[in-house]
Design a protein around this ligand. Structure first.
Ligand code: NAP
Ligand code: ZN
Length: 353
């Protein structure tokens, strides 16, 4: 089979590989559509997960099942499926403890294009098919369904980690495709005022459509000063971090009321430490919680989250700004994501109608 692979840090191309074998609980799938993620950019060009040779890239797709193992009960060849980016080992102790994303090691639920070949390939392997796949509901376009792999479960996890409650004032730092889903998630959880930080006009418009009430540009001065000015010096109840860098944690602490919570889904690519401002953290006694997490994967979450789409409460299509037709365009789509064009939210490559 053919796959689009990371040859080494900074270099990618098409390679030939053996089609993966299907274990008794597994499935082999073929993509209907694939999406490019900022994480692919971090992996390929920034060496975020270290050196990888001839590893097929990609972890966001919608697919068709072509083979299932003898113990798989709920899926069969021909089924169209949602595929979460995180595919935990559901019988691990970490999963039993409630942290399936860290099954068998920290962050190890992230297998595609990390510990094994990813989905930019004619065929790919899914472990624990009954626990990780979900049927694609009728009426959901496979192109839009790619947004279900990572953007929805990750962005919404930001809202979960920040523990957004009815009427909360929420600051969402970053309104790329992940942060936009944090805005949507916060809104669906009942947030009142939602302040969103970003500058790309297409993202700003989408943020307003998903529920942002105020837009803040990090280019117009310190974010915390702008938030405090907008809130009469009081700050917000919750902060979701889906963009920025290590310093964003300090900013978030400064924006937060005592008792507030910060939920981060941002990837921190450099630096050894994250600095927390001592005074604004209540000299250690401000009850300001900080938690960062990899999104939970798995079938139940996919089924629940996609019900928001089928019931008309969540519009996936607004996230998809660029659709390409066929594998030949994968490199173009990847470069588009690397360069973050002004009109870009998310590029998707449609493979099979
Ligand atoms: P993205 O498209 O690059 O969006 C980043 C956002 O942050 C943009 O809105 C950008 O504003 C804003 N930003 C940039 N610099 C900033 C600064 N200094 N202060 C505040 N905001 C700033 O990224 P994405 O695809 O949405 O992904 C967001 C993050 O989530 C990435 O780090 C990605 O690796 C991570 N991620 C995590 C998980 C997980 O499971 N935890 C899964 C997938 C992705 P502009 O409008 O100016 O561009
Ligand atoms: Zn992703």
């Amino acid at each position: 089979m053919k796959g689009y692979a990371m040859l080494k840090i900074g270099e990618a191309g098409w390679i030939e590989k053996e089609r993966p074998a299907c274990g008794p609980m597994d499935a082999i799938c073929t993509p209907l559509a694939v999406a490019i993620c900022t994480s692919d950019v971090h992996t390929l060009w920034e060496g975020a997960i270290g050196e990888r040779h001839n590893m097929i890239l990609g972890h966001e797709c919608c697919a068709e099942v072509v083979e299932v193992g003898s113990l798989v009960k709920d899926f069969k060849p021909g089924d169209r499926v949602l595929v979460p980016a995180i595919t935990p080992d559901w019988n691990s102790l970490e999963a039993q403890a409630g942290y399936a994303m860290h099954s068998n090691g920290m962050l190890a639920g992230w297998k595609f294009s990390n510990f094994k070949d990813g989905v930019f390939s004619e065929y790919f392997h899914v472990n624990d098919a009954d626990g990780n796949l979900a049927l694609l509901p009728d009426g959901v376009d496979p192109v839009d369904a790619c947004i279900m792999s990572d953007m929805v479960p990750t962005g919404f996890h930001g809202a979960e980690l920040a523990d957004v409650q009815f009427g909360d004032s929420v600051l969402v730092v970053g309104i790329g495709p992940v942060g936009l889903m944090s805005v949507a998630g916060a809104s669906l959880r009942g947030a009142g005022r939602i302040m969103a930080v970003g500058t790309r006009p297409v993202c700003v418009e989408a943020a307003k459509a998903y529920g942002a009430t105020d837009i803040i540009s990090y280019k117009d001065g310190a974010i915390d000063e702008q938030v405090l000015a907008l809130t009469n010096g009081k700050g917000v109840d919750k902060v979701i971090i889906a963009g920025g860098d290590n310093d964003t944690f300090g900013t978030a602490v400064k924006c937060l009321k005592p008792g507030g919570k910060i939920g981060s889904v941002n990837y921190l690519g450099s630096g050894d430490n994250v600095a927390i401002p001592r005074v604004e953290w209540g000299v250690g006694m401000g009850h300001k919680e900080i938690i960062g997490g990899l999104m939970p994967g798995g079938r139940l979450r996919m089924e629940k989250l996609v019900s928001l789409v089928t019931s008309g409460k969540l519009d996936l299509h607004r996230e998809v700004t660029h659709v390409f037709d066929g594998w030949d365009h994968i490199e173009e789509a990847l470069l588009l994501m690397k360069n973050k064009a002004a009109d870009l939210i998310k590029p998707v490559v449609s493979i099979k109608k």
